[in-house]
Design a protein around this ligand. Sequence first.
Ligand code: PAF
Length: 274
Amino acid sequence: MQIAHTIAELRQLLSRSERPAFVPTMGNLHAGHIALVRQAGTLGDATVASIFVNRLQFLPHEDFDTYPRTWDSDCAQLAEAGCDVLFAPDERELYPEPQSYKVHPPAELANILEGHFRPGFFVGVSTVVMKLLACVQPAVAVFGKKDYQQLMVIRGMVRQFALPTEIVAGETQRADDGLALSSRNGYLSEAERAEAVWLSRTLRQMATQVKAGQPFAEIEAEAMQTLARRGWQPDYLTVRRQADLQAPTPLDAPLVVLGAAKLGPTRLIDNLEL
Ligand code: PAF
């Protein structure tokens, strides 16, 4: 695996690739990221990953400073997964001047759910992804369904700006008990890790209730109560249309159930397509 710390080095390393396949990450890699890298390996002639902890997508009280930087382990996992080129710019390289040009995704998609609880999050994500796509110029980029709303925001951005990159979705990878793999799972204590399974369990229960025809509002209220009673602080547990993440009518399909909740200090998200 070759490593580029600058955009010039990256362009040099990719100069002979006709079809780079790209997986952007913030590092602290786990089997979920590695599955995306392996998927990218089947889609292009050079597999590229990036590691960049993007300050723009963190709120002031969030974990930007403490976000785990696990360089040696990340490099070893990427090399093992067949990554050809790792792009690892520092902030001076990616944001040499304050990033005043930003991508603002539409409010009806970006200000709901994650965007409601993390204002500005999708501006930060869209801006850095736009910039990373400009650096790598990939034919295809793989984003995990675990971050369902992020995948939709990026798809919309690429479509509306006619970027020459195909966006491919990667399935969520789960631990044996069903917990979606996430970098933030590393923050959980042993007891919290055992409890964490209740997020995916609750989403599965919601999916069953949707299929049984129970009213959405009732399903959502019950799910919020289930987690709250177990000591979580749920932000949302909701049934939405896959097409635009808006609240569905009983006739709208396909649907997705999405949830975000804090367990102790750790905020987890997950979703399940129906
Ligand atoms: O999903 C992530 O890890 C980040 O939001 C991304 C896409 C790498 C942008 O910083």
